[in-house]
Design a protein around this ligand. Structure first.
Ligand code: ADP
Ligand code: NI
Length: 217
């Protein structure tokens, strides 16, 4: 089968798997990440087939919903790709990207070895920023039953993935624990440019949020 056929079958597979999700990891998230990643891939001259496959498969079994097992998504990606006819190296490359993608805490580096991986990581992180990022963060917080905000609970700068995973915090703290840190961790020029705009929008949102919290606006 040609690459376009494999992409189409993979997209159909992922759409079925993620239908009905209300945690911010739905098919539309995958579609946005994919579109952003492919746009950056064209700008950077990366392998669009790898970028597309990795973007499609990056959230098929997120660790947050697989009892904390962060090997679930890369394994699920491999299992699917093994059913397709692919040239050697593609499965390993996509599996590596999916395994290395996630944010793991303020103090934990998440290096990405290949340009294709860097692009998918940027695209996934961009979808956690800006207006959509804000919406997804509150959707996730509601899904988890977190408080919107509690002035008595300070943000935590997690030094390990274990600490980040087990954190029970507030949704506003998530901005300080992750979202506002992302703009300085982008890999590509396009990723940095887009992240800067979305970052500025989140700062305006937070300023307004705290002013309203104190009854000032
Ligand atoms: P990544 O793809 O970088 O691993 P995640 O899958 O961790 O991103 O996050 C998916 C969405 O859920 C993002 O919008 C993220 O900001 C949000 N999210 C993750 N953890 C929390 C949390 N503890 N509170 C609120 N939102 C969260
Ligand atoms: Ni994602």
């Amino acid at each position: 089968m040609d690459e376009q056929g494999i992409i189409q079958k993979t997209a159909d597979h992922v759409r079925v798997l993620l239908s009905g999700d209300s945690s911010g990891h739905d098919w539309f998230h995958v579609e946005r990440v994919r579109n952003t990643a492919l746009a950056i891939a064209r700008e950077e001259g990366a392998d669009e087939f790898i970028v597309d496959l990795a973007a499609l498969l990056h959230d098929v079994a997120d660790w947050k919903f697989a009892d904390g097992d962060h090997t679930a998504s890369p394994r699920a990606a491999r299992r699917w790709l093994e059913t397709q006819e692919l040239v050697p190296g593609v499965i390993e490359h996509v599996e590596e990207i999916v395994a290395s993608l996630s944010f793991k805490g303020a103090g934990v580096a998440t290096p990405m070895r290949t340009l294709e991986g860097q692009i998918v990581q940027d695209a996934d992180r961009l979808d956690a920023l800006g207006a959509i990022g804000i919406a997804r963060t509150f959707a996730y917080g509601g899904h988890k039953g977190q408080a919107l905000h509690d002035p008595a609970i300070p943000p935590q700068m997690h030094a390990s993935f274990e600490a980040y995973k087990s954190n029970v915090g507030t949704t506003i703290n998530h901005f300080y624990e992750k979202l506002l840190l992302l703009k300085d961790r982008m890999n590509t020029a396009a990723g940095k440019r887009l992240a800067a705009e979305r970052h500025a929008f989140m700062e305006r949102f937070l300023e307004q949020f705290f002013a309203e919290w104190q009854g000032q606006r």
